[in-house]
Design a protein around this ligand. Sequence first.
Ligand SMILES: Cc1ncc(COP(=O)(O)O)c(C=O)c1O
Length: 344
Amino acid sequence: MTLGYSKDGFLKLPTPLERLEGISRDTGVDFWIKRDDLTDPGMGGNKLRKLEYFIHDALDKKSTLLLTTGAPQTNHGRLTAAVAAKYGMKCAIVSIADHSGEISGNILLDRMMGAEVFIKRPEPGISDGSLLSETLAKITRDYENQGEKVYFVPMGGSSELGILGYYDCAKELALQIKNKSINVPKIFCAVGSMGTYMGLFCGIKNENIQMDLTGIAIAPFPSEPAVWARRYFKKIKGFYGNRINISASEKDFDINHDWTYGAYNNPVSEVREAIYYMARREAIILDPCYTGKTFNGILKMIDSGLIDKNQTVIFIHTGGNPGINSLPHRAEMESDLKAGFKIF
Ligand SMILES: Cc1ncc(COP(=O)(O)O)c(C=O)c1O
């Protein structure tokens, strides 16, 4: 396989690179957004770039069903369901969670697109990781007994194969920057399972592209993010051998983890304020789990001087909008916004 080669697929590319005039004026920063929320099928988002690689691998292996895993409101699961629908395949999404049973946000869309959703409650005496492995194995066996050929897409699509979607994105962005004569930019993206960040990192360094990259963690990491990133990078480099001909030490990875607010997908008033600001200034909708936290982190870094006023910033909008329609976010937003809503 050629590195950074994107097969002609279902993605709407290149995604727009737009200057945000209002936010640039307010902040004094030359502020741009890369609209990877508009990659299209299934309401779009970053995971489609990764899934383009997985679907071709799955088709090569004559698979009939895409199986994946994530949190109940996984955007990656929803986009796996979208790709499965487009290619006439089945899809199943598995989570381990104490869930209310609410069919909203991404889960509603998963079901609309025909995916089966399995949420297994945690069990005492067994770790969530072990329970997930057991559950995935059982569900795979059940489908195989029904004659399906199951293809497993890893969580977040963040494997050696999946990261190539964002290797491509770095090249796409480099061309747009050249065509628009933009100064050397600082790129910001959310960091969850880290595939988006790592794909961009490998693309930028391996293709010798003039850009700085900062990831903003949206949940706490089990160890220093840079240590984690270096380990992940070594795995990828090992996989691609001399096709990734760069080396990297921990100091090469810039991942900020000051704005996680201590948990994954938690409702945070400052994050909602950042979401309302983007919506009211630029009519662009962010989500509370990933892009809202990331944008909030960027604003805080501008306020504290960590981002220079004359800097060119490109914020990668990685999608995730269906999350605004899930609890507890929807309830918090309804409460915040009820003042301007009148029935009479
Ligand atoms: C909307 C959105 N943005 C960003 C991310 C983070 O991407 P990654 O998992 O590649 O770090 C995710 C991951 O699920 C996502 O759904």
